[in-house]
Design a protein around this ligand. Structure first.
Ligand SMILES: Nc1ncnc2c1ncn2[C@@H]1O[C@H](COP(=O)(O)OP(=O)(O)OP(=O)(O)O)[C@@H](O)[C@H]1O
Ligand SMILES: [Mg+2]
Length: 344
């Protein structure tokens, strides 16, 4: 069952401000007390794309989505959804956007079918139609067998799917997904990714947040990386990874005192600058080709630098962050920064 079959018109609402962007945000700011959780973020999401907002815990992802969805007041800057100003037209915006939260918002004591029926009725949909839509969504999300189970017996993956199903009841053209796969096992993540791709095939635009580069890589056409409430990079997943090379070589030295010597060897062999975590005896080295790792290892042995562990991997979010911001996602090596004190 596709969303189109469920009755979507497939047409993007007539723009109110002469723009055809699904989301246009300029200089968004949200302050909690002294803390600027979102500190001047610009976003442009095109209709029909999956746009990823990538960032570590506390970066401001949820806060950004909540402002765009009218769930939080915008303190400064402005945002439009399909050309409609968010601050001035909250009722219109709520019809254009379906929000799936980081924490599922379904009622524990009701069954999946009852939850969808209740959400439909709360949206003002007549009873018979609410029943039909609920059945269609249960089918679309593979929840038919679980339809009569109370949510308290659902797995995390089933909850996420039900939550997403609930946000599609009104067939909004734009869907916000806040960390749709955090905490899911790899197979369930894969299923969720397929579901999200299906939304776009059916004509939706998706804005999702994630902490995982691989998720952005798998799903997003374009990605904005945010850190401490600011956008630090934007581009396609491939463009982001190029900033840290094709692969990264991660080295853990037996003697942390040899980090400087190891860094000299890397500079000599590759002509590039490694990222160091001296106190932990770690070096991360961006590689244009994975097989350059062998040249580095041979040169290190010749120089008498001994190594405890070696890995060559695709760049991770950590490496992207190191390269873009100079600190790790969990700030283990970052300078002291008050903005990180209240990370959850
Ligand atoms: N209602 C609130 N009151 C005070 N501070 C808040 C509130 N909501 C968020 N914050 C703070 O704002 C910052 C950004 O939070 P936000 O939830 O947007 O981060 P996030 O990127 O979604 O993180 P996570 O990956 O953990 O979900 C954090 O420092 C957080 O503690
Ligand atoms: Mg969040």
């Amino acid at each position: 069952m596709s969303i189109t079959e469920l009755g979507r018109t497939g047409t993007v609402p007539a723009p109110g401000g002469g723009t055809d962007l699904a989301v246009r945000a300029q200089g968004l700011v949200k302050t909690f007390g002294e803390h600027r959780a979102v500190d001047g973020i610009d976003l442009e999401v095109h209709p029909g794309e999956i746009f990823g907002v990538l960032g570590p815990n506390g970066a401001g992802k949820t806060t950004t989505l909540r402002m765009l969805a009218t769930l939080l007041k915008i303190d400064a800057g402005r945002a439009e959804i399909f050309g409609v100003d968010v601050a001035n037209n909250p009722h219109v915006i709520r019809q254009l956007v379906g929000v799936t939260g980081q924490y599922a918002s379904v009622d524990e004591n009701l069954t999946a079918r009852e939850n969808l029926w209740l959400f439909s009725r709360l949206q003002g949909i007549p009873a018979a139609r609410a029943r039909r839509i609920s059945a269609e969504l249960l089918g679309q999300f593979g929840l038919e067998d679980a339809a009569a189970k109370p949510i308290s017996q659902f797995s995390g993956g089933m909850r996420r799917r039900l939550d997403l199903a609930a946000s599609l009841i009104t067939r909004p053209p734009l869907i916000f997904l806040d960390e749709p796969t955090t905490g899911l096992d790899p197979r369930t993540r894969g299923q969720m990714w397929d579901t999200i791709r299906g939304l776009v095939v059916d004509g939706c635009t998706v804005l999702l947040t994630t902490q995982y580069l691989d998720e952005a890589d798998q799903l997003a056409d374009r990605v904005a990386v945010i850190d401490h409430g600011r956008k630090v990079a934007e581009g396609t997943p491939d463009e982001l990874k190029t900033t840290v090379g094709d692969s990264t070589l991660q080295l853990l030295l037996a003697d942390p005192g040899q980090v400087a010597a190891a860094a000299d060897v890397v500079r000599r062999v590759l002509g590039s600058e490694p990222v160091l975590s001296p106190e932990r005896g770690r070096l991360n080295v961006a590689l244009d080709q994975a097989d350059l790792a062998a040249d580095v290892l041979i040169a290190l042995r010749t120089a008498g630098v001994s190594i405890t562990s070696v890995s060559v991997d695709k760049p991770s979010l950590d490496e992207v962050f190191l390269a873009l911001t100079g600190h790790e996602t969990d700030d283990k090596t970052g300078e002291p920064d008050t903005a990180t004190e209240d990370h959850r």
